[in-house]
Ligand binder design. Structure first.
Ligand code: NAD
Length: 282
């Protein structure tokens, strides 16, 4: 029976500690502040943004929200980011994706001052991650690494297989695992014989966006399974990218959905905002 890795409990623990750090910063007249920009009317984004504002409130981080209409122009978005960059009291800027297709998301991410890039998407921060330098690690991979650490899972020498090569999860988690001396294999939609690769994974990260994609016969007994997926089923319930119920008696460790990687992503966003505020102080 797999050990369930409780991301929700760990996120709470991290946020409690952050609250104390924020109180110390406030004594020095530094109030960490996050600005969140959302463009258009994406229902899932609204939920994510709400959860982020709630976490800020719990940790004591000030929060400013910009809800821009669907028809916002690229220039308007860039101008807003430019204004937020210039405001000293704002330590973190987050652009919630997706944004409407007529806008250039790469240009917008690059416009964010990389010192305030608490999502870790700016090319400077991504480059620093690859080079093994101090940086803002994007929140989902950062959260996954914290979960592995919390459960005392050694990474060195393990075969880590990542399914999915997105810029926000797949690529950065592969870098994080490599930095801890895993042997990393990246798989994606064009990978051949996926099952034969995943079957040799000591650590398997599923970041695909397809309901219950990883089946029991795709993992090796005792594997450490990290499920990043958030999929809404027809009955309205959430499920991950792994067939959790059937994997549970074969895996060694597994993260649930919900309650695994999701809450950790938010806790690491809070961590990055506090880090950004401390960087200004130093
Ligand atoms: P994405 O949609 O950008 O990319 C999906 C990846 O899956 C691609 O690289 C693609 O090559 C790969 N893929 C698709 N079909 C495949 C197949 N048949 N075989 C192998 N690989 C295949 O993904 P993303 O933005 O990384 O998101 C992945 C999932 O994680 C989504 O469900 C998303 O909602 C979720 N997510 C969760 C969090 C969190 O905080 N828990 C954060 C980000 C994303």
């Amino acid at each position: 029976m797999a050990k369930i890795m409780d991301g929700k409990a760990l996120a709470k623990k991290i946020q409690k500690k952050l609250r104390e750090e924020v109180e110390d910063l406030k004594k020095e007249k530094i109030i960490p502040k996050l600005a969140v920009i959302m463009v258009g009317n994406n229902e899932a984004s609204k939920v994510y943004v709400k959860n982020k504002s709630k976490a800020c409130n719990e940790v004591g981080i000030e929060y400013e929200e910009y809800l821009l209409p669907e028809e916002t122009t690229n220039q308007e978005l860039l101008d807003l980011i430019g204004n937020l960059n210039a405001r000293k009291e704002i330590h973190g800027i987050l652009l919630q994706s997706p944004i409407p297709a007529h806008l250039n998301i790469n240009e917008a991410f690059e416009k964010i001052d990389y010192h305030k890039d608490v999502d870790g998407f700016h090319s400077v921060n991504v480059g620093n991650l690859v080079l093994g330098r101090d940086t803002f690690i994007s929140c989902t991979p950062y959260g996954i690494m914290k979960i592995l650490e919390e459960y005392g899972i050694s990474i060195e020498g393990k075969h880590a297989v990542v399914i999915g090569r997105s810029n926000i999860v797949g690529k950065p988690i592969a870098q994080c695992l490599l930095a801890q001396n895993a042997t990393v294999t990246m798989c994606h939609s064009k990978t051949k014989n996926l099952q034969s690769i995943t079957q040799s994974a000591d650590i398997l990260v599923a970041a695909i966006g397809k309901e219950k994609f990883v089946k029991k016969d795709m993992i090796k007994p005792g594997a450490i399974v990290i499920d990043v997926g958030i999929n809404r089923q027809v009955d309205g319930k959430l499920c991950g990218d792994t067939d959790y119920e059937n994997l549970i008696d074969k895996a060694g460790y597994i993260t649930p959905v919900p309650g695994g990687v999701g809450p950790m992503t938010i806790a690491m966003l809070m961590t990055n905002v506090v880090k950004a505020a401390k960087n200004v102080k130093d």
